[in-house]
Ligand binder design. Structure first.
Ligand code: CP3
Length: 345
């Protein structure tokens, strides 16, 4: 294997110095790109995920169009519940729907810890193809949802602001909840190992709903399982943990052995650094809605963000996924502003 031409993100995750701060955007392969919308009209969401040629084409779009320093696999966190035996539908303007969510012991008996090669082999095939097509231009990020965030969808059956039914399940049937979380964890470890074996250079765990839990519940319901995943993977590839809103636990997340921690825009970088400790790489934390403002403001805000993090140990990113109504020129302005940033000394 020849080596990567741009390995800024991997170097940063190893704590090495780089000539500039690397940048990518969560959900960078998606609806703000007209090229994505063309494929979206022709194929259903899971067709796009399950067809390696389509997943590959979509994964490469932001690398070619926006100039980010990494590709992230085009897929979804919900392919894991699907592989475990739950039906998942992606409904236009509604988001994910799981028509038969988990509520009881009987429901839990319907799902399995699958053979990932059988059920998710299409993802590994997509990764192999993407690596080939990337031709070492930039690293490839693999990913999975955190067990708690997947439980949210598997129990609630749809998106929610509070995920109250998922919480109720955890608080009224804790033994069942922990059984489910462990099944998701076991599946996820095998799945991410498969992604790394297929060629993913690093993997990110998305705990989009980690911030809905109190610090104690975050430890018991979420971090306990993320810790198992990081421990199983960290010697194979660097792991980035992004638990949105769970800034209160950056210290314990850093202690898992993760190489990087994602933060959202609701915490100051200096404070996140205090909580997370000196050495770990931080990733973030531009407010995605800021990309809706004028380009001159985006440039000003990027300067502020970059100076707040300082040089080194930082991967510039949004604090959550890019919004569908962002102009490509604005996304590009964000990426360029990071690339052109000069630290004053
Ligand atoms: O980052 C990337 O570009 C890679 C692809 C990716 C998708 N989903 C594609 C997608 C990644 C990393 C995800 C992760 C994901 N999926 C998360 C965690 C990150 C986050 O944003 O919090 C979550 C919670 C999901 C579940 C999910 N998938 C929801 C709630 C939705 C509907 C809302 C929405 O954003 O449309 C999806 C659909 C989805 N996943 C789309 C894409 C590009 C939009 C599908 C479309 O309409 O074309």
């Amino acid at each position: 294997m020849s080596s990567l031409k741009n390995d800024l993100i991997l170097k940063t995750l190893r704590g090495e110095q780089t000539e500039r701060t690397p940048v990518w955007m969560m959900r960078q392969a998606g609806r703000y790109l007209p090229e994505y919308m063309v494929l979206r009209k022709k194929y259903s969401f899971f067709e796009r995920c399950q067809t390696p040629e389509l997943a590959c084409e979509i994964t490469l779009q932001p690398v070619d169009i926006v100039g980010v320093d990494a590709a992230i696999l085009f897929s979804d966190i919900l392919v894991v519940p699907q592989a475990m035996g739950l039906e998942v539908q992606m409904v236009e303007s509604k988001g994910p729907i799981l028509p038969d969510p988990i509520k009881t012991t009987n429901d839990l008996n319907r799902i399995i810890v699958p053979d990932v090669n059988e059920t998710l082999g299409y993802v590994f095939d997509a990764i192999k193809l993407i690596k080939q097509e990337l031709n070492n231009r930039v690293p490839l990020i693999g990913f999975a949802g955190a067990p708690w965030t997947l439980l949210c969808y598997m129990v609630q059956g749809k998106g929610s602001k509070t995920f109250d039914e998922a919480k109720e399940f955890c608080y009224t049937q804790p033994a069942l909840a922990h059984q489910l979380l462990q099944m998701i964890t076991d599946t996820t470890i095998a799945y991410l190992k498969g992604q790394i074996a297929a060629g993913a250079d690093t993997v990110q765990i998305f705990d989009s709903w980690g911030g809905l839990l109190s610090p104690d519940d975050f430890e018991n319901i979420s971090l306990k399982y993320i810790r198992q995943i990081v421990a199983a993977l960290k010697d194979e590839a660097p792991v980035i943990v992004f638990a949105k809103g769970a800034w209160h636990s950056l210290d314990s997340m850093a202690a898992t052995g993760a190489a990087g921690l994602g933060i959202d825009w609701c915490i100051k970088p200096q404070l996140a650094r205090q909580f997370a400790g000196k050495n770990i790489t931080l990733q973030g934390n531009f407010d995605p809605a800021r990309l809706l403002g004028p380009i001159s403001e985006i440039q000003k805000e990027v300067k502020k963000m970059m100076n707040a993090f300082g040089p080194g140990n930082h991967i510039a990113n949004l604090g959550h996924g890019i919004l569908p109504n962002v102009l490509v020129s604005h996304a590009k302005a964000f990426v360029d502003a990071v690339k052109n940033h000069q630290f004053e000394n």
